[in-house]
Design a protein around this ligand. Structure first.
Ligand code: NDP
Length: 327
C-alpha cells in the first residue's frame, strides 16, 4: 500500500478528496516505478484538489503535476533503479495518476534526470512553476531580449512562477519590474532581485490599445486584461511570454502592439514541452538557482496538509513555492 491524495467523483457528480491508502497493484501502466520523495502544490493541482477548475479528466485521480524521487523498478533503458528523476506535466495529475503520492508509475520517456547540482528537494522547490519560469526566460533569450534592451516585467510576482522568474532574470543581469497585488511583499520581491515594484491594479483595468512603451520583455502569469495591458506597454520589438491565467483566460487585446511595435507574444506550455527544451531548462536552473533564495521562498507541508493548502493557494495567500514532503 502507498499513501496518496485521491480525488473521487460520486454517481451524482459530487467531487471529494481525501488521503487514501492505495494498493500498489493499482498503479497505472508504465515502465518506471518511482518512490516519490517530494511533490509540490502548483496552481493546477490546487484547481484539481478544490474542484474549482476542470483539470481532472478521469476519476479516481491522484493529483500532482510534478514530483522528484528515486527509481525503484525500471524497464526503461535511460533509468536504472536508484536513479534520481523529475517529472513535470505530460498530463500526470490530470489523466494519469500524479505526484501527490508515495509511489508513481509512468513512461520513462516522461522523466528527466535530477541535475547533479540539485537535491530532489531543491528540484521540487523549483517544481513545475520554476521550470516554467525558466522556459519563459529561455524564450526571451531565444528572441534576443538581452539585459541591455530594457526592463523586463514579471506579473503574479509573489507566486511560484513569478518568484522564480524574478530570481533567474535578476541573476542574468536584467532590470526586473515585479507586478504584485500584495504590496506587503515588497521586501520579499526585492530580496529575490526585483529592482522595481508595480501595483497589480495599475494593469487590471482595460487600457488603451497602445500605451507608453516601457518593457523589453515580460513574463505573464495573469492573462486577461493584465496581459492585454502588458502587450500595450511593450517597447518596440518587445517580447511577451504568456504562461498563465491567474487572472482569467481571456485576451482582450488588439493587434496594435503586434503590427505597430513589432511585439512578439510567445506561448509557453510546460506540459507537452519537448524533451530537449526540458533538459535545457533544468540545466539552466541548476546553474542559475540561488539555493538560499530558493529555500527562503519555499514553504514545507506534508501530504496531509496538501488538501487545505490548495484553497489557500487559489486565494492568493501563499507566497512563492510549496513543497510537499512524502511520509
Ligand atoms: P501561484 O498561485 O503560485 O501564483 C499566481 C500569482 O498570480 C499569485 O501569487 C498572485 O501574485 C497573482 N494573482 C493571483 N490572483 C490574481 C488575479 N486575479 N489577477 C492577477 N494576478 C493574480 O501560481 P503559479 O505561479 O504556480 O502559476 C501561475 C499561473 O501560471 C497559473 O495560471 C498557472 O496555471 C500557470 N502555469 C502555467 C504553466 C504552463 O505550462 N503554461 C505551468 C505552470 C503554471 P501577486 O500576489 O504577486 O499579484
Amino acid at each position: 500500500m502507498f499513501k496518496a491524495v485521491m480525488i473521487e467523483k460520486s454517481a451524482d457528480g459530487t467531487q471529494s478528496v481525501a488521503i487514501r491508502d492505495v494498493p500498489e497493484d493499482q498503479l497505472p501502466e508504465g515502465d518506471v516505478t518511482v518512490r516519490v520523495e517530494y511533490s509540490t502544490l502548483n496552481y493546477k493541482d490546487a484547481l484539481a484538489i478544490t474542484g474549482r477548475g476542470p483539470i481532472v479528466r478521469s476519476f479516481p485521480m491522484i493529483p500532482g503535476v510534478d514530483f522528484a524521487g528515486v527509481v525503484e523498478n525500471s524497464q526503461h533503458p535511460d533509468f536504472a533503479p536508484g536513479a534520481r528523476v523529475i517529472l513535470n506535466g505530460w498530463g500526470v495529475g490530470e489523466k494519469h495518476w500524479g505526484g501527490l503520492a508515495q509511489k508513481a508509475r509512468m513512461s520513462g520517456d516522461w522523466l528527466v534526470p535530477v541535475p547533479a547540482q540539485l537535491t530532489t528537494r531543491q528540484a521540487m522547490e523549483i517544481g513545475t512553476a520554476g521550470y516554467t519560469a525558466m522556459l519563459c526566460v529561455q524564450a526571451l533569450q531565444r528572441e534576443d531580449v538581452t539585459p541591455d534592451k530594457g526592463p523586463v516585467l514579471v506579473t503574479g510576482a509573489a507566486g511560484g512562477v513569478g518568484s522564480v522568474a524574478i530570481m533567474l532574470l535578476s541573476r542574468l543581469g536584467y532590470h526586473v519590474v515585479a507586478v504584485t497585488g500584495r504590496p506587503e511583499e515588497e521586501a520579499y520581491l526585492t530580496g529575490l532581485g526585483a529592482s522595481e515594484i508595480r501595483a497589480r491594479q495599475d494593469f487590471s483595468t482595460p487600457g488603451k490599445p497602445l500605451d507608453k512603451a516601457r518593457w523589453a520583455g515580460a513574463v505573464d502569469v495573469a492573462g486577461g486584461v493584465i496581459l492585454a495591458n502588458v502587450c500595450a506597454s511593450m517597447a518596440y520589438g518587445g517580447v511577451v511570454t504568456a504562461c498563465g491565467l491567474a487572472s482569467d483566460m481571456s485576451f482582450p487585446s488588439t493587434v496594435a502592439p503586434f503590427i505597430l511595435r513589432g511585439v512578439t507574444l510567445v506561448g509557453i506550455d510546460s506540459v507537452m514541452c519537448p524533451k530537449h527544451r526540458r533538459l535545457a531548462a533544468w540545466a539552466g536552473l541548476a546553474e542559475l538557482i540561488d539555493a538560499a533564495k530558493l529555500a527562503a521562498m519555499t514553504s514545507d507541508i506534508t501530504l496531509d496538509d496538501a488538501i487545505e493548502a490548495a484553497a489557500s493557494l487559489l486565494d492568493g495567500k501563499i507566497r512563492g513555492r510549496v513543497v510537499v514532503r512524502m511520509p
